[in-house]
Each structure stands twice: as structure tokens, then as C-alpha cells.
Design a protein around this ligand. Structure first.
Ligand code: SF4
Length: 487
């Protein structure tokens, strides 16, 4: 999961891109980067949070009316500064690019680029592969009199060659900015406007922050190009019968104040609570109080409380200055951070039967720590209700749970997980409840691969295994980049 933003404005856009990245910070805290263009590209990227990477002196240097920005957490690659986005190539035109997603045939494409097109890459970031394929194709189909048709052909080539998920933003030096979304629409990407300024961003919340009007989502398989005169071109190059937005965006990743593919994330979370509440009613539990794990489970906990007619209270307080645990790279770091992150309000816990609502269980680390915290605070019983079904299959589309060895639910039954995490009852959402809750009246097709093992891009078993192996390898060699200043 990453966050991207691209803006074509009337003045230096770096300030808006910076603010937009702050709004998208929850999508990745590992590195951040901005590239702008006036008569040349100006790039700054580094490890860490947006406000750590960009100082006054960098911002002043990043001149230009066109720019793109990126926040990352690593999926493919080593998580080093070399893999931080955006990337650019000098020819044709000069193209800069950033993306959110994960290329599932990355190693194969890298080899083709090196052996067939003699393109040596500078990183293990998958966007560099997309960028070079796009560059090779743009050179092949170049028609300066009709640049949009050349971009259409280049994007078609990307769709033909690149498998997986990718929501891309880019700059064509001197000519404009563009965005495209993979044909299955797995990762979100929105399109916004303010006067005659245009923007693309991973989540609508970035438009809200910048006072842009959210025009619409970029359609799956669509290319949008804003030329140097701010004329908007768009074409849907591939129209699949069904598209498959990532359902986990609504459960966990996206901010609750975002709207993705026409569905409000907050409303989806309220409905997730309604469905989960129905599951809780089937169980023999009588909680005294319902407590959400902040922040993602709060909306669902309100709905569970309504269904069960039990008060919902804040019983766990989050230290806001500790990064999200799920996207921390190593298990050890995750364990330490859970303890630093949450603290119980003892008066709400002592001698009570607590129903804790949380969004998901990946490795079980957080759940085990939370149950232990509550028991230490003298809870009589602790039940745990989860707003999504058991996670069992690796996500190959850009969420850092690429190896199934990481999933507690892959190895153990629900009863056994309950025992491991020390809860008195563990209740999961059903897959039907998940789809019904998120889709509401609007849609019932999503990517649910991490729950069901059904991958929308029809990836082969051997390819998943290869990706898992590579992921383990890169994780083992994970380079901590804290001291690296960036470029
Ligand atoms: S596998 Fe899961 S996390 Fe990955 S894109 Fe699909 S729904 Fe989202």
C-alpha cells in the first residue's frame, strides 16, 4: 500500500503536493518523495515520514507547476532509499512516475527490459519497471502531433505486459501530467479539480485537504492526460466485465473520511459493525461494554453497540506518535510498538466483560497484546470481534502480507487462535457479511483474495509462491534506512 498524488497547477505545486502527502501519510510511512518539473526535473526523496523528509530548503528547490508525490511502504524491493519513489527517465521527453500497487510479474519484466531493451534499472522498485515499459512503448508509438494517441498506445502496452495492480501518476516533461489505473481497478485513484488546476490522488481526503473538488474516480483501465494547455483527455482502454477494488481499503487502509469508488469508507465501516453485531448475537456472550481498538474499528464498534444494545466506550487510548503497527517492517518492531501504542483506561475495564472490536488479525501479535493489556487491567472476560473474515492468503497486490506463513489463520483454527491470543471468545465477520457491508446497494464485486484465495488477475500458484519467496528474501535483507538522508 502506498499513496500517490499528482498536480498540474498555475504556480509551484510543491506546497500542495506536500500537504496532499501529509493527508495520505497513513498509506505509507517508510519513505516519501516529490518530483516537480519546470525546465528540468527537481527530485527529493528520503526515508521516513513526509515532514521528516522535506525541509524548507528542499521545498524551495522543488520548482514547477507540475509535480507528483509518493508515500511508500515496501512490498517489492528492499525498503531502501534506492526503492523510494518517484522515478524518472530522460527519454523520450523525460517521464516521471509514481504508483500504488504491486507488479506480480516484476522479475520477468525486469529481465525482459535488461535483456531485450538493454535497460539497466537503478532499484528494485516495481514502478521503475512500469516506467521503462511505458518509456519503451512511448518511443515506439511516438507521434508528437497527437501525443495523447501515443500515450494511449504506451498505456495499452503497459496493460498488456504488466500484471498485478497499479494506480499510476506521471509527468511528461513540457507536455503535461497523466494518470492510469490497472484494468481491474484494484487500487484506488481519484481525479480532482480546483479552478483550472487538476489533481490525481489515492484518496479523496487529499482533495478535501487541498480544497479541490473531487470530480470522480479514475476508471479501471482508463488513461487521463492533462496537456500543457490544461486540456483534459481521457480514454478507457480496457473495460473488464467486472472490476475488483481492494475490499481491505474499506476495512483498514483508507481514511474514514475518504470516498473510494463511490463508497464512503466511514459508512462501509458502520455497516461492517452491523453485520459483525449480527454474528455476535449468535454467540453466547453478555458483554458489559464494547471497546473499539482505535482508530479503524471505532465506527464498526458503534454499530456493534447498537445491535447488541450495550454501551460503547473508549477503553483503549492510542499514542498518536507511534506509527501504525501493521505496516512496520519487522515482527520485533511490531511487538514493541503495540505496547507503546495502546494503553487501557482502567476505570472502564476493571471487573467488566469487554467486547473488543478490531479490524483484522494478521499475525495475531496485536490481538494477543491487547487481550493481555485488558486482562492486566482486571477485565473479567475479554471477547474479540473482528470486522473482517480470517486472513489466509497472501496479498500480491501491494499489501505487506505477501507470505502466507504470516497469517495466523492459515495455520490455526479459529478456536486455536482464540486460545493463542488468550481471548474468551473470538468472533469473525463472514465473507458474505463483509461484501454486503462494504458494497451496500452499490456493488458486490471486490478483490477478496486475501480471504478467499480468488485472485482477480488469475495469477498462477507458482507465481504466488515465487513472489512469496522473493518477499521472504528481501525481508531478510531488509535495510534500515533511518540514517540515510535521501536524495
Ligand atoms: S488480496 Fe486483500 S489486501 Fe490485497 S488487494 Fe485483494 S482484498 Fe486488498
Amino acid at each position: 500500500m502506498c499513496g500517490v498524488i499528482g498536480i498540474y497547477g498555475n504556480d509551484d505545486v510543491v506546497y500542495e503536493i506536500y500537504e496532499g502527502l501529509i493527508a495520505l501519510q497513513h498509506r505509507g510511512q517508510d519513505s516519501a518523495g516529490i518530483i516537480t518539473y519546470d525546465e528540468m526535473f527537481h527530485l527529493k526523496k528520503g526515508m521516513g515520514l513526509v515532514n521528516n523528509v522535506f525541509k524548507e530548503k528542499n521545498i524551495i528547490r522543488l520548482k514547477g507547476k507540475m509535480g507528483i508525490g509518493h508515500v511508500r511502504y515496501p512490498t517489492i524491493g528492499f525498503g531502501s532509499i534506492e526503492d523510494a519513489q518517484p522515478f524518472y527517465i530522460n527519454y523520450p521527453f523525460g517521464i516521471a512516475m509514481a504508483h500504488n500497487g504491486n507488479v506480480t510479474n516484476y522479475y520477468q519484466l525486469r529481465e525482459i527490459l535488461e535483456k531485450k531493451f538493454y535497460r539497466k534499472l537503478t532499484s528494485y522498485s516495481d514502478v521503475e519497471v512500469i516506467l521503462n515499459i511505458f518509456g519503451v512503448a512511448l518511443e515506439k508509438y511516438l507521434n508528437k502531433k497527437n501525443l495523447f494517441s501515443s500515450l494511449v498506445s504506451a498505456t495499452r502496452e503497459v496493460f498488456k505486459w504488466v500484471k498485478g495492480s497499479y494506480s499510476v501518476v506521471g509527468i511528461i516533461a513540457d507536455y503535461g501530467i497523466f494518470a492510469f489505473r490497472d484494468p481491474y481497478g484494484i487500487k484506488p485513484l481519484g481525479f480532482g479539480k480546483k479552478n483550472d488546476n487538476y489533481a490525481f490522488a489515492s484518496e479523496s481526503v487529499a482533495f478535501d485537504m487541498l480544497d479541490y473538488r473531487f470530480v470522480r474516480d479514475v476508471y479501471p483501465g482508463e488513461l487521463i492526460f492533462i496537456d500543457k494547455d490544461k486540456k483534459v483527455y481521457s480514454k478507457r482502454l480496457r473495460k473488464q466485465k467486472h472490476t475488483y477494488p481492494c475490499i481491505f481499503e474499506y476495512v483498514y487502509f483508507a481514511r474514514p473520511d475518504s470516498v473510494i469508488d463511490g463508497i464512503g469508507v466511514y459508512e462501509a465501516r458502520l455497516r461492517l459493525g452491523e453485520e459483525l453485531g449480527k454474528e455476535c448475537l449468535k454467540e453466547d456472550i453478555k458483554p458489559d461494554v464494547i471497546i473499539p481498538v482505535p482508530d479503524t474499528a471505532r465506527a464498526a464498534a458503534f454499530s456493534v453497540s447498537k445491535i447488541l444494545k450495550v454501551d460503547c466506550k473508549e477503553g483503549l487510548i492510542k499514542n498518536r506518535y507511534i506509527p501504525r503497527t501493521f505496516i512496520m517492517p519487522t515482527q520485533r518492531e511490531r511487538e514493541i510498538k503495540v505496547r507503546q501504542k495502546l494503553n487501557p483506561i482502567k476505570s472502564e475495564i476493571e471487573n467488566k466483560k469487554i467486547l473488543v472490536v478490531d479490524d483484522s488479525i494478521v499475525r495475531g501479535t496485536t490481538s494477543r497484546e491487547i487481550v493481555a493489556l485488558l486482562k492486566k487491567a482486571k477485565a473479567k472476560e475479554v471477547y474479540l470481534a473482528i470486522t473482517c473474515p480470517p486472513l489466509r492468503f497472501p496479498c500480491v497486490y501491494g499489501i505487506d502480507m505477501m507470505t502466507r506463513g504470516e497469517f495466523i489463520a492459515k495455520k490455526y483454527s479459529i478456536k486455536k487462535i482464540q486460545e493463542i491470543i488468550g481471548a474468551d471468545k473470538l468472533i469473525y465477520q463472514t465473507i458474505e457479511g463483509l461484501i454486503k457491508a462494504v458494497g451496500g446497494e452499490k456493488r458486490n464485486n471486490f478483490c477478496t483474495a486475501c480471504f478467499t484465495g480468488i485472485y482477480p488477475t488469475k495469477i498462477k500458484k507458482e507465481e504466488i509462491e515465487k513472489l512469496e519467496k522473493e518477499r521472504i528474501k528481501t525481508k531478510n535483507y531488509f535495510i534500515k534506512g533511518g540514517e540515510d538522508e535521501g536524495v
